[in-house]
Design a protein around this ligand. Sequence first.
Ligand code: ZN
Length: 417
Amino acid sequence: MTAHPDATQTVLDACRTLAGFTTTPGSITRLFLTPPMHDVHAFLTDWAQRLGMSTRIDAAGNLRARWEGTGPNAPTLYLGSHLDTVPNAGAYDGILGVVLGFALVEALGGVRLPFALEVLGFSEEEGVRYGVPFFGSRALLGRAGPMLKMRDAGGQTLQEALNEFGLEAGALPSAELTGEALGYFEIHIEQGPVLEAAGQSVGVVEAIAGQNRFDLTFTGRASHAGTTPMPLRRDALAAAARFVVAAEDLARATPGLVATVGMMEVKPGAGNVIPGEVACSLDIRHARDEVRLAVLPGLLASAEGFAEERGVTLTVRPKMEEQATPMHPQFRALLHQAAADVGLPHPELVSGAGHDAMVMATRMPAAMLFVRSPGGLSHHPDEAVLAGDVADALAVGGRFLQLLAAQAGSTGGKHGL
Ligand SMILES: [Zn+2]
C-alpha cells in the first residue's frame, strides 16, 4: 500500500484531465449539474471499472464507486470529496480528494479489506449554483429534499435541473446511505497558508470551525463635512471603523479565533459628506463553539457602544450560524499514527472552511487529512499541489486503511468504534 511514484503521477494527470471538463474553456468552472459533470462522471467511472469497482451515479448526481470488502456484511468506509468547483477555480479543490480515493483503491492491488470502500464524488459542495452548499452529502443522509424547490440565477429549480441532467428528482431518497458505516475519510487541499508556514506536507484536521455571520448597519446622519462641528456629528463610518478594529483586536488576542469584516458599504459615499449609513458584515470562526460564543456578545456590545458614543443607531441581523465539527478522536488518532508510521510529521490544524465532512460527521466518525496549498491559494486558477505532498497524502491514506483494517480484523470484523 505504499505510494508508488507512478501513483502520484496518475493522480496529478487525472486532476489535470478533469480540469479540462469545464463550461469555460481556458479556465475551470464546473457548477452542479452542468454538462461538463457528465465528462467527469465518465472519466472516473471508466477508472473505477478498470479497478473492478461497481459504479453508479445516484439520484443526487453523486458518483459512487464501491470496492467490496471481505464478507457480505462488511461495513463501509466512505472516502472522497466534491466534484463541483467555484467559478474560475483551481484544479485541486475537491477533485483531489476524489482522485486520491481511486488511487488508494488502486494501491490495494486487488486486495479486499474487512470493510468495503465507497469512493464518493459529491455532486455539489460549493453552493455556487443554488446559494446553499452540500446538496450531495446531504442527499446521502436524506436531508436534501427541502432543497429541491430552490431556484438558480436562471430561475431553474434544482428539481428541474436534476431531471434535465438525466436524473430523476423523485428518486432522491434512493441516494440515502444504507448498511453499516465505518466512517468517512476526506483528503482535501488546505486552502490556507498554515502547513506551508510550518513547512509540512500534510496535516490532520482537528475540527472544522464553527462560525457566525452577521449583517450590521450603523445609521447616523449625513451632513456637510465642512460645516458640522465634531461634537454635533453622527458619523456612522467612525463607529463602524472602531468596530472593525475591535474585531481584529479580539481575534488577535484570542488564540484560534478569526474575525473578518469583509464587506462595507458607505452612504452617501462622498468625500465632503459625513457618512450617514454604513452596512458591513462580520464573519467570526473558531474550532470550539464555546470560545466563539463566549466572545461574540462582547464584540457586538462593543459595536453598540461605538455607535452610542456617536449618536448612531446599530442594527445587527444574524445571517448564519454553523456549529464547529470536531473530527472523530479515534480516526484522528489513527491518522496521526499513519503519518508517524510512514515517517512524516503530522501537525494538527483547524479547517476554517466548510467541507462535506461536516455533514458526514453528523452520521458517522469522520476524519480529514489536509495537503499543503502552495501560497495558501485556493478558489483561484493558480491553486496548486506539490507532487511530493500528493505522494505523502497517498502514503498516509494507504497506511490509514491498513491500520483500520488491522483494527477491524482484531475486533472480528466489527469496527470497534
Ligand atoms: Zn473543497
